[in-house]
Design a protein around this ligand. Structure first.
Ligand SMILES: Nc1ncnc2c1ncn2[C@@H]1O[C@H](COP(=O)(O)OP(=O)(O)OP(=O)(O)O)[C@@H](O)[C@H]1O
Length: 383
């Protein structure tokens, strides 16, 4: 579906010419829409082309082919400062010789906003980012988290049509990052900001975004709402990137995939047997296959999909007894590395801290597993 309003990226290619004849295609023909008011996270492994795509949308990187439009107007050749887009990077790059207020007001002053209006807007933004009273402070006295809040306030000050954020929290430590991720989500939502948010952090993407676009090797592998992306990954690569694995061989039968450990329901496109795109609304990434060319599927085990059956709980059926190779206590539960009957290494979990024997019984929780085509489109089959 073509969006009438907001950002529309069409068949975009970004290429870097290397020394000699080598060239890297960082973005390999991407289509992407971000609706007005939507927050879209671009998530992918390091080097997958996320920053290159964002920089091309910003106008910071020349495009080799394709187009970038806003509200139906082609801005591909419009210079950065005329696009009306805001930018926020990993290191906020605040002006060191200006106060907090001076940093936030900078864009407003440049566009001739009167002093009194600027002062009101700065006060509003300081409150929005939780830094009331910080206006006169020198930026060199701020902590990393405070500096990023000021950078956010500065980029929101001119009310950009689109805010482009490139790993805005990745220089912060884990705890602070988690807190700021939730705050950022709230601030962007409250201000109705349209945003494209680059991150390699799954939790950040899932917390902040209305939709998540998974980028792999310069292509968008799937664009979907977070819950659907997690429940119905388009293919094995996406599932593996999200953290599913290992993958068990399976056969489909009556809306379920049958594995040696039990059955997992088919969901989404595999269930319907169609090859319609999995992404909702305006995304336009590659369509996931149904069951792939061979019709074969595999079952990806999510975190906690294999449960150790303790005490009297062993019910036979598909529960299997397997050797426990190693155990460790992690965040309130015991994780056990096991070897499944076909030799696949997997991790099972038991609640609490438990002493386990050398062999344990494990059970598959079908809700924590996904069924995906055995082959990723364009890639050879792997069992
Ligand atoms: N200025 C450049 N010159 C040459 N190659 C580049 C340049 N910038 C990026 N690349 C290459 O383009 C590819 C995509 O890089 P990009 O930075 O867009 O990926 P990314 O997904 O944002 O990675 P990360 O999460 O590590 O920042 C990589 O192979 C990278 O080495």
């Amino acid at each position: 579906m073509v969006s009438e309003r907001g950002l529309a990226v069409r068949d975009l290619v970004v290429r870097y010419e290397g020394a000699g004849k080598t060239a890297t295609t960082a973005v390999a023909g991407v289509d992407l829409d971000v609706a007005v008011g939507e927050i879209l996270a671009l998530l992918g492994p390091s080097g997958s082309g996320k920053s290159s795509l964002l920089r091309a949308v910003a106008g910071l990187e020349p495009v080799a082919a394709g187009s970038v439009s806003w509200d139906g107007r082609d801005v591909t050749n419009v210079p950065v400062h005329r696009r009306g887009f805001g930018l926020m990077f990993q290191e906020g790059q605040l002006f060191p010789h200006r106060s907090v207020a001076g940093n936030i007001a900078y864009g407003l002053a440049m566009s001739g906003v009167p002093r009194a209006v600027r002062a009101r807007r700065v006060a509003e933004l300081l409150e929005l980012v939780g830094l009331e009273g910080y206006g006169p402070r020198a930026v060199s006295t701020l902590s990393g988290g405070q500096a990023q809040r000021v950078a956010l306030a500065r980029s929101l000050a001119p009310e950009p049509k689109l805010l482009l954020l490139d790993e805005p929290l990745s220089a912060l430590d884990r705890g602070l990052r988690d807190r700021l991720t939730a705050e950022l989500h709230d601030i962007l939502r409250r201000t109705g900001t349209t945003a494209l948010y680059v991150t390699h952090d799954h939790d950040e993407a899932f917390t902040v975004a209305d939709r998540v676009a998974v980028m792999i090797d310069g292509h968008l592998a799937q664009v979907d709402e977070p819950a659907r992306l997690w429940r119905v990954p388009a293919d094995r690569r996406v599932a593996a990137f999200l953290g599913y694995g290992p993958f068990l061989p399976a056969e489909t039968r009556n809306h379920v995939a049958v594995t040696s450990l039990g059955e997992v329901p088919l969901r989404g496109t595999i269930a319907s047997g169609t090859s319609a795109p999995a992404q909702a609304s305006t995304g336009s990434a590659a369509a996931p296959a149904s069951t792939g060319p061979s019709g074969r599927v595999v079952v990806g085990l999510g975190p906690g999909a294999l449960q150790v059956v303790t005490g009297e709980g062993w019910a036979g059926g598909h529960d299997v007894e397997v050797p426990a190779v190693a155990t460790r206590f992690v965040r309130g539960r015991t994780e056990v590395d096991v070897l499944l009957p076909d030799g696949t290494a997997a991790t099972a979990v038991a609640p609490g801290a438990v002493q386990l024997p050398s062999h344990v019984q494990v059970r598959l929780d079908p809700d924590a597993a996904v069924v995906v085509p055995a082959e990723t489109p364009g890639q050879p089959a792997c069992a």
